[in-house]
Design a protein around this ligand. Structure first.
Ligand code: PMP
Length: 305
C-alpha cells in the first residue's frame, strides 16, 4: 500500500490526516456520492515541485460534479482557489520524491436521501507515494467477466466514487485469475479500458484507441498521448476496437496517472510483442512531460515551489 503524507486539506484548511473525517450519515458514505481526480506532483531536474495539467484536472472534477448534479462545488470553487489549496497542501508536506494528490469532492449533507442537487460539499485532498498500479516492465491483462457500466446507467465520464465498485470487481477478478489487471468491454462488447487506465494499440504503424463514446473515462494522459503522437506525425485513430484486434496488435499499452505508460505483454494468454518501438518512444516523452522536464510541453506544468 502507498504511503500517506501526514498533512491533508479538508474543510478549507490543512489538518492532520487522522483528524479528517466524514459522517457515517453523509451521502458520500451512504451512496458513494463523491467525485475525484488524481494528479502527479513531481520534482523536476531543476529541483522545482511541479504539477501536471492542474487546470484539466480541476475541469474534470467540476465536470464530474456537474454530471452528478453536485452543483454547489462549481458555485463555490474556481481554478484560482483550487490552485491555492493545492499549493497550500504541497507546502504543508515535505515532498522529496514524486507523489500523487487525490482531490475528492464529497457530499457531506447528512441523511439527504437519494438525490444530489443543492447539497453541501467538502473538498478533501491528500498526498501519497507515486506507486504504479501496474508492473512497469509489462502488464498481463484478462478480459473482465464484468462489463463496463454504460453511460445510461452510471457515466464513466464522471469520476464518481460509487462507480468504482465496477472497477474493483473487474480488477479483483483479474487478480484472482493470476493477471495484473482487466480489459473492460462495454455493453456492446467493444474494448473499453482497464480498471483505472486507458488503452491504446498499434496496428500497421497507426495508434488506435477506443473513442470517448465507449463508456470510458476521458483520461488526461490519454489526451496527452494523442497530442504527443500527433505532434510526432503519428496517425492517431479513435474508433471502436474488437477484443481480437488487441490479440493480434503489434503493440498494446495502458496509460493513466497511476498506470504511467505501461506496455501490455499478454492478454487472455495471448502474447503481445513486448514493449515495442512506438510504446518506448511515446513512453520516454510522456515521462518527461508529466515530470515537468519537457520544454515543448511546459504549458501543462504549474510550478509550485
Ligand atoms: N480510466 C479510469 C477508469 C481511471 O480511473 C483512470 C485514472 N484516473 C484513467 C482511465 C486514466 O485517467 P488519467 O489519465 O486522467 O489519470
Amino acid at each position: 500500500m502507498a504511503d500517506l503524507y501526514s498533512k491533508v486539506y479538508f474543510g478549507n484548511k490543512i489538518i492532520d490526516a487522522n483528524q479528517a473525517s466524514l459522517s457515517i450519515a453523509s451521502s458520500a458514505v451512504l451512496y458513494g456520492l463523491s467525485v475525484y481526480t488524481v494528479f502527479p506532483v513531481s520534482i523536476n531536474d531543476k529541483g522545482e515541485v511541479v504539477v501536471f495539467r492542474l487546470e484539466d484536472h480541476f475541469k474534470r472534477l467540476t465536470d464530474s460534479a456537474k454530471i452528478i448534479g453536485m452543483d454547489r462545488f462549481g458555485e463555490e470553487w474556481h481554478l484560482d482557489s483550487f490552485t491555492d489549496a493545492v499549493q497550500e497542501l504541497i507546502l504543508a508536506n515535505d515532498i522529496r520524491s514524486n507523489v500523487f494528490v487525490r482531490a475528492t469532492v464529497h457530499v457531506d449533507s447528512q441523511i439527504a436521501g437519494t438525490r444530489s442537487r443543492g447539497l453541501s460539499t467538502v473538498l478533501s485532498m491528500f498526498i501519497y507515494s507515486a506507486d504504479s498500479i501496474l508492473p512497469r516492465s509489462g502488464a498481463r491483462l484478462k478480459t473482465s467477466v464484468w462489463r463496463r457500466i454504460p453511460d445510461y446507467a452510471i457515466p464513466s465520464r464522471a469520476k464518481v466514487n460509487g462507480a468504482y465498485v465496477n472497477s474493483v470487481l473487474a480488477k479483483q477478478d483479474a487478480i484472482d485469475s493470476g493477471y495484473d489487471d482487466c480489459i473492460f468491454l462495454d455493453a456492446q462488447g467493444h474494448v473499453c479500458e482497464l480498471s483505472a487506465a486507458n488503452v491504446f494499440m498499434v496496428r500497421d504503424n497507426k495508434l488506435i484507441t477506443p473513442d470517448a463514446t465507449h463508456d470510458l473515462l476521458e483520461g488526461i494522459n490519454r489526451r496527452t498521448i494523442i497530442e504527443i503522437a500527433r505532434d510526432l506525425d503519428i496517425e492517431v485513430v479513435e474508433r471502436s476496437i474488437d477484443l481480437t484486434e488487441l490479440y493480434i496488435a503489434d503493440e498494446v499499452f495502458a496509460c493513466g496517472t497511476s498506470a504511467y505508460l505501461t506496455p501490455v505483454v499478454e492478454i487472455d494468454a495471448r502474447t503481445i510483442p513486448s514493449s515495442g518501438k512506438m510504446t518506448k518512444r511515446l513512453g520516454a516523452i510522456h515521462s518527461r512531460v508529466i515530470s515537468g522536464n519537457s520544454q515543448e510541453y511546459k504549458r501543462y506544468i504549474t510550478i509550485v515551489s
